[in-house]
Design a protein around this ligand. Structure first.
Ligand SMILES: Nc1ncnc2c1ncn2[C@@H]1O[C@H](COP(=O)(O)OP(=O)(O)O)[C@@H](O)[C@H]1O
Ligand SMILES: [Mg+2]
Length: 264
């Protein structure tokens, strides 16, 4: 089972779109895939037709059970989507209150990691869609995953969010046995704009060793797919955006096969 977190300390950079699109391709390739919505805004949850304000069992329930020392069996918190091999643990409403309660609840940093570990064998991939700010949920995601995917919007202010994200990663790495590997994914690339081109150049200059060497282009069909509540790669596999995420998934899966060979 592979666990990937999709995070950046900035909103609107394509985190949820990246999560949904990678999941669409993974499911289409026959991998049992679980999505976990760790963003209190619940965009991923809404994407698949659940209402984060009324869905009862979700990611927040993990923390409630942890606090009341109820065994965390996450099975009942996982819901099927209308797509084969694609299931979701939605964000439920009180997720937004976690940071305020964290003093009270204590020792909550590994709640997601433990839940995910208990699902070993049931899923091939678990994708964690993260909130745009540092807090309990981000810390949980970074502790639970073995790869971090950082979507970076190709526009002038993008580097700030990336720098914040990388300093958070540094902090987290102090308490991990091995540093977390990460991949920077340039998103919303528009080759007609100077901002897009210069941002990619800047990323190449400063972050080459962790940068995916392609880009996710602007594709208006992502918005149509979101309206239809379907991953674009399932709805329109030949859309430019779907093809770009297909390449990204190939790239990410290549790391996994290298790791498997190394482990033999
Ligand atoms: N490559 C893209 N082309 C066009 N629109 C995109 C693309 N990626 C994301 N979007 C749109 O941009 C908005 C923000 O994307 P989203 O994935 O929700 O960002 P985040 O999760 O980082 O806040 C959404 O309306 C989404 O449909
Ligand atoms: Mg999002």
């Amino acid at each position: 089972m592979k666990v990937w977190a999709i995070a950046n300390q900035k909103g609107g950079v394509g985190k949820t779109t990246t999560t949904v699109s990678l999941a669409g391709h993974l499911a289409a390739r026959g991998h049992e895939t679980l999505l976990i919505d760790l963003d209190p805004h619940g965009s991923l949850t809404s994407y698949f037709g659940f209402d984060p304000d009324s869905v009862e069992n979700g990611a927040y329930t993990l923390y409630q059970r942890h606090a009341s020392r109820v065994p965390a069996d996450p099975t009942s918190l996982i819901h099927p989507t209308r797509f084969p091999k694609l299931q979701i643990m939605p964000a439920n409403m009180a997720l937004a209150t976690l940071d305020r309660q964290s003093g009270k609840l204590g020792g909550m940093g590994l709640v997601v990691a433990e839940a995910v570990k208990s699902l070993e064998g049931r899923f091939d991939y678990v994708l964690l869609d993260c909130p745009p700010m540092l807090g309990v949920l981000m810390v949980n995601a970074l502790a639970a995953c073995e790869r971090l995917i950082i979507p970076v919007q190709t526009e002038f202010l993008a580097i700030k969010g990336l720098e914040r994200m990388l300093s958070t990663l540094n902090m987290i790495n102090n308490s991990r046995p091995l540093p977390l590997d990460y991949t920077i994914v340039p998103t919303l690339f528009d080759r007609r704009t100077r901002a897009s081109i210069e941002t990619v150049r800047h990323l190449q200059e400063r972050f080459a060793s962790h940068l995916w060497d392609e880009v996710i282009p602007v594709d208006t069909r992502f918005r149509e797919a979101s309206r239809a509540g379907a991953p674009l790669p399932i709805m329109q596999p030949n859309a430019r955006g779907s093809i770009a995420y297909h390449h990204l998934l190939n790239y990410l899966q290549a790391f996994d096969s290298i790791e498997q060979v190394a482990a033999r």
